[in-house]
Design a protein around this ligand. Structure first.
Ligand code: ZN
Length: 146
């Protein structure tokens, strides 16, 4: 077990099926930055996934988790929409999973867009106006994305 940053440890990112894992230093740096921004603990529910685990959980074929460049996270003190808003300035891609109460963050190139929401099994991609980054929930409701 070793520390990757002030608040993150390597064991938080290992694959649950094989304990294997790689984790991008940039990803950790950004997670720490997000953690510093909100000043609350962040729980990593999925970090690295080997191909077997990724298939098992229904991850995308080119998932950032396979490269150690993505993480699923939540903070019990802040709702996922606010967390997504805070993550906007830090991560290149943010997925919101209201049915599972976590957000996915990664450092991959946005394609087809920076944000998505997965609700009732459907993915919807969106790009909120920059100055609305704090009101992701309102944006989703207004645009019937929830
Ligand atoms: Zn595995």
């Amino acid at each position: 077990m070793s520390k990757l940053s002030e608040h993150f440890h390597d064991y938080e990112f290992v694959c649950p099926c094989c304990n294997g894992g790689i984790v991008s230093e940039i990803l950790v740096l950004k997670l720490q930055q997000l953690r510093d921004t909100i000043n609350k603990p962040i729980k990593v529910t999925s970090g690295y996934r080997c191909p077997v685990e990724n298939k098992k959980v229904g991850g995308a074929k080119n998932s950032a988790h396979l490269l150690g460049e993505g993480a699923d996270i939540y903070c019990k003190d802040i709702d996922i929409y606010k967390l997504a808003g805070r993550a906007d300035l830090i991560f290149s891609r943010i997925g919101i999973y209201p049915d599972n109460h976590f957000i996915h963050v990664d450092i991959k190139r946005p394609n087809p867009s920076k944000f998505w929401v997965r609700h009732n099994g459907k993915y919807k991609y969106f790009k909120p106006p920059y100055n609305h980054y704090d009101d992701v929930y309102d944006y989703l409701l207004r645009n019937k994305l929830l």
